[in-house]
Design a protein around this ligand. Sequence first.
Ligand SMILES: [Zn+2]
Length: 119
Amino acid sequence: MLVDSLGYKYNIKTDKRRPGTIWRCTQRPFCKAVVNERNGEFSPAHDHVCTANIGLEKVLNIRKEVKAAASKRVFDSAAVITEEVMLASGLAQDVALHPTLPNPKNLARQANYARRHAR
Ligand SMILES: [Zn+2]
């Protein structure tokens, strides 16, 4: 999967008749946007008619950071770590507004799970 800086997600489409790679918006068929990748260069074709998942890239990073921090700070509550990471990201205020943002409780649970397996 490909995520661009605007928060659009793409699935890969292989077309053997054409060189390079075609990435199609995951909101297909509703959204016809595609990005052509050739020699490491991305060129978008067709505009999105769907709504970007603003902050999606950030969300993925937060998830990673929380897990990393939780496996280092084994005596701190995962919920506290989650809160700290989200505050630091500047995303915390938007949580209620955006449906794709992680629920802090779920994140904390995931972090606890990752930590258990690190012991
Ligand atoms: Zn789209």
